[in-house]
Ligand binder design. Structure first.
Ligand code: EPU
Length: 425
């Protein structure tokens, strides 16, 4: 089994380039299947979730080629089926975006249940279904298959989401862009990747208005054309390197970012004693001395992102006092606590929150990544700990972080990918 071996204690120094946003890319690639022509998509992070998604497309007869580093060409001209039941669907959450895509393109969809990280509770799709039904589809879920049939009946709708959902917003956008009439979606997610998807759809000839606010209006069009597009930088990957720099100390410039997307993250890290300066497309972070404790509540954008709370928790384990973290999006997303405890952290998991009492230092340990961001948090803890940390189940981390080992090594970290067969750097 592959693992990361980290000898902690090195402060991070240097510059790191941030890749394209994974959660934007996993939505934009299936959106490209709506086009009549070829889509050329740049700044695609080559992480395992993307490679799996491209493989699912190929199984459907779609041409999905990596034509240059981080560039993907998609031609769905030969796509005839509204059915996607590959075993691969269970490897990632975003496979369910094919529901919206097929409903938009064919008025009908059958897609097997998606996978994705398990935070200790269910990941419902009732709001996706509510949106599809409002657009005229009959939806059923049975034997691991989600079926939506709106053949000849798809129509515009007014949809009010009962809670803010990124996936629900994306899926209903995909279904609505080619559905006749004006669809109004209210109480939608406002994450940067929602705006990026809307921009991509509009490049293909869609009429999507209001993305980034809580109301999106979509005027359905009868066809979409191919286009070229470049995906936004990954706010969570950037935040992970910022958090790692605070945990280890040092000075790092995070390049190719949109600083506006990092405001909540930079705000918290500043409260914890980091010195942060922003430029047009980079952020420089410096940290020396003790880390200050803080409290954070993860919530939908523009709040502090849930996908950064495990990494922030890793920093809190080394703070000078007590920090509290709560998560309004995934209220049981604290499975990382046992790994941190094994490394000497003091952490109490309470209902919907965790109390972290900072310690002077962490010790290295053998830990298992339990999901993508928890795994990234364990990397941060390992980089800051005294001694050697071994992290197994790194396939979780590789779902969302491009070249994490080489990027961290370029900043001075002592981290090595060790595989069963050979040792690679
Ligand atoms: N929810 C419902 N009903 C629904 C959909 C969601 O009740 O129909 C609830 C969920 O249970 C949760 C909340 O709404 O409590 C938010 O869920 P959301 O739909 O926003 O999450 P998601 O679309 O399943 C995406 C990201 C996650 C990220 C969340 C929140 C992708 C592929 N996944 O998931 O990313 O945590 O939004 O921002 O975009 C990650 O990258 O590590 C990751 C898990």
């Amino acid at each position: 089994m592959d693992k990361y071996v980290i000898r902690g204690g090195n402060p991070l120094f240097g510059e790191v380039n941030i890749s394209g946003a994974k959660n934007a890319a996993v939505a934009i690639l299936p959106a490209a299947l709506l086009a009549d022509g070829v889509c050329v998509i740049e700044n695609v992070p080559m992480v395992s979730d993307i490679l799996t998604e491209l493989e699912i497309f190929r199984e459907l007869g779609v041409r999905a080629d990596v034509t240059a580093p981080n560039t993907v060409e998609i031609d769905a001209g030969r796509l005839k089926s509204f059915r996607a039941t590959s075993q691969l669907n269970q490897k990632l959450r975003a496979s369910y975006y094919l529901l919206g895509t097929f409903l938009g393109r064919f008025g009908r969809a059958e897609v097997s249940m998606p996978g994705g990280c398990n935070f200790g509770g269910v990941r419902p799709i009732d709001q996706h279904i509510k949106g599809f039904e409002a657009l005229g589809a009959d939806v059923s879920v049975a034997d691991g298959l989600i079926s939506a049939d709106g053949t000849g009946r798809m129509h515009n709708a007014q949809i009010y989401f009962d809670g803010v959902t990124v996936g629900g917003t994306i899926n209903v956008m995909l279904a609505a862009v080619m559905t006749p009439g004006l669809t109004v979606m209210e109480n939608v997610a406002r994450e940067p990747h929602i705006v990026d998807l809307a921009n991509f759809l509009n490049h293909m000839g869609a009429e999507v208005m209001g993305a980034g606010t809580d109301t999106i209006k979509i005027r359905g069009v009868s066809n979409l054309h191919g286009c070229s597009y470049s995906i936004i930088p990954d706010q969570i990957e950037a935040g992970t390197y910022l958090a790692a720099t605070v945990a280890t100390g040092g000075r790092v410039t995070i390049k190719n970012v949109i600083p506006k997307h990092l405001e909540a993250i930079c705000g918290k890290l500043s409260e914890m004693g980091a010195d942060i300066t922003e430029k047009d497309d980079s952020v420089c972070i410096t940290k020396t001395g003790r880390i200050l404790p803080t409290s954070v509540r993860a919530m939908p954008y523009p709040g502090f992102p849930t996908d950064m709370q495990p990494q922030l928790a890793a920093v809190m384990t080394l703070a000078d006092g007590e920090s509290v973290i709560s998560d309004e999006v995934w209220d049981t997303r604290f499975k990382y606590a046992s790994a941190f405890t094994a490394m000497g952290a003091k952490i109490d998991v309470l209902p919907r929150s965790a109390k972290i009492t900072g310690v002077r230092s962490l010790n290295g340990a053998c830990v298992e990544a339990c999901d993508l961001r928890a795994g990234a948090a364990m990397v941060i803890a390992g980089l800051a700990a005294q001694g050697q940390t071994e992290i197994t189940n790194i396939h979780y981390i590789e779902r969302g972080y491009e070249n994490i080992v080489s990027k961290l090594r370029s900043l001075g970290a002592d981290i090595t990918l060790v595989s069963d067969k050979k040792q690679r750097r």
